[in-house]
Design a protein around this ligand. Structure first.
Ligand code: PHE
Length: 351
């Protein structure tokens, strides 16, 4: 039996020497290590051997198996290297082949419009302030002068994250970027509580509302908030800033319009519209009436200044907020807000 094993090993190794390609290697593996190979038959006959012979033959068979497997491994590696070397030496350069076009990535239209807005406001002296998307009821509503149960909360249907055990202060997804006003003012006021420094910031970011989705409404969208606080800031500063924004975005002929409105955190409050650039105010498919509704604005309410750490007797401020996708839809003529997050290349590749 031991002699037979030696013979099996010798034959197998000799046969392996002759193997020159992958197919022959596989044939060799089946013949010498496969289920019906002579070696495997030795294993299956072990049970029939005498008790004291069994371990000796078993061990020898195992060693032969290991040796064959190792030889197989190195032969396979050798063939692979040889094939690689052959491929490299045979490679030829066909200079007449047409080049492969490079697919270039591009910025999402939302990113493009946001960057444009950052630039427009940077030119006017506004810095970007980023605030959290998960807020407490206190920051999203109460400190902005929406007390618990205030009917104005109905304007912004809210997603609640955690209400259990938090009483009147559940955790919510922010419904607008305005809670960032309080966070920014508090951070600034902490620098110098007696004389808080002036604030001139924009607050961009996602907001979330439990909305019926349609061509103009999504459950998540970007807002851009603006806040300026300082001694002697007036409503005409607000009008000037928003009119300037419209001109920088849509051209020097752009006109703005302010309509009296209500927000708990501004007084007085106004919604602002931009004259339709499609029809020049005559009325068309895009605007209907000649004016495009952009967002809300107003003078920061004294209670909100106070909550931010700014003495309303010494400071005034203005704030505004609008939907970023709205602006992108106007600027690029996008008819449906749902296109923004569908990730459809036919849409994205147009920008
Ligand atoms: N936060 C308001 C909204 O989402 C917009 C707004 C911001 C109004 C700042 C006034 C001042 O509707």
């Amino acid at each position: 039996m031991l002699e037979q094993l030696k013979e099996i090993e010798r034959t197998a190794l000799a046969a392996l020497e002759a193997v020159q390609d992958e197919a022959a290697l596989e044939t060799w593996r089946v013949a010498y290590l496969g289920r019906s190979s002579p070696l495997m038959q030795v294993f299956s006959k072990l049970g029939a051997l005498a008790k004291e012979e069994r371990p000796v033959v078993g061990q020898a068979a195992n060693e032969v198996k290991k040796a064959l497997e190792a030889a197989f491994g190195s032969r396979s590696e050798m063939l692979r290297q040889a094939a690689l070397a052959r491929a490299l030496s045979e490679e030829r350069l066909d200079v007449t082949l047409p080049g492969r076009p490079i697919a270039r990535g591009r910025l999402h239209p939302d990113t493009q419009i946001l960057r444009e807005l950052y630039r427009v406001f940077a030119e006017m002296g506004f810095q970007v302030y980023r605030s959290r998307e998960v807020e407490s009821d206190e920051y999203n509503f109460q400190l902005l002068n929406f007390p618990v149960g205030h009917p104005a909360r109905d304007m912004q249907d809210t997603y609640f994250i955690e209400a259990e055990g938090r009483g009147d202060n559940p955790i919510v997804l922010r419904t607008h970027t305005s809670p960032g006003q309080i966070r920014a003012m508090r951070e600034m006021a902490a620098l110098n509580p007696q004389n808080p420094p002036p604030v001139r910031i924009i607050l961009p970011g996602m907001v979330y509302r439990y909305e019926q989705v349609d061509a103009r409404h999504e459950t998540q969208f970007d807002q851009l908030e603006g806040l300026a606080v300082g001694p002697g800031i007036t409503f005409s500063d607000l009008k000037g800033t928003l009119t300037d924004m419209a001109r920088r975005l849509f051209g020097p002929q752009a006109r703005t319009r302010f309509r009296a409105s209500f927000f708990p955190f501004t007084e007085p409050s106004a919604e602002f519209d931009i004259e339709c650039f499609q029809c020049g105010g005559k009325g068309c498919d895009v605007c209907g009436s000649g004016w495009l509704e952009i967002g809300g604005s107003g003078m920061v309410h004294p209670v909100v200044l106070q909550n931010g750490g700014y003495d309303p007797a010494r400071y005034t401020g203005f704030a505004f907020g609008f939907g970023v996708q709205r602006i992108a839809m106007l600027k690029y003529g996008i008819p449906d807000i749902r296109y923004f997050w569908e990730n459809d290349l036919r849409f994205l590749e147009q920008f």
